[in-house]
Ligand binder design. Structure first.
Ligand SMILES: [Fe+2]
Length: 154
């Protein structure tokens, strides 16, 4: 069945988010292996789980619209910025700083897409929910940095 024009646009936008989610998942996987403070690592592991759930929900929306979700292997051609940055870092604080940048980028993209006119209600609902999750992730990282996470204590 041919995909209607608006649906094609929505599918492309959702696939943009899916690719960002795969980037986030790679970055979180790298971060989980690097953050030493166990409570922070546990929290990051929880965020990783939320990103895995989000990507599943986005893929389901794409399929409902008759599209083909972007796959993690589509990313192989891309730069994988988040992961590359985090793999090169040493210490909890730089990892948290890099994650803060990733989350801020994710918030911006969710905000931009969720505000577009003509989105199906089901899509807008999911995007708003994911945006709230991204705000929560970003706020937690900012709070940890403000509290001095990863700073050397003498
Ligand atoms: Fe996030």
């Amino acid at each position: 069945m041919a995909i209607m024009g608006n649906d094609k646009t929505v599918i492309d936008l959702l696939n943009e988010l899916i690719e960002l989610e795969y980037e986030a998942i790679e970055a979180y996987e790298a971060a989980v292996g690097r953050v030493e403070e166990s409570r922070d690592r546990a929290r990051i592991q929880g965020f990783l789980g939320e990103h895995l759930r989000q990507v599943r929900e986005l893929c389901a929306l794409v399929r409902q619209l008759g599209g083909e979700p972007a796959s993690a292997s589509d990313l192989k051609q891309m730069l994988k910025r988040g992961k590359v940055v985090i793999v090169g870092l040493f210490g909890d604080r730089p990892v948290l700083e890099a994650m803060k940048v990733n989350e801020a980028e994710s918030e911006r993209l969710h905000e931009r897409i969720a505000a577009r006119p003509g989105l199906p209600d089901a899509v807008r609902l999911v995007l708003r929910k994911h945006l709230a999750t991204e705000h929560r992730h970003h706020d937690w990282i900012v709070d940890r940095l403000d509290a001095g996470a990863g700073l050397l204590r003498l």
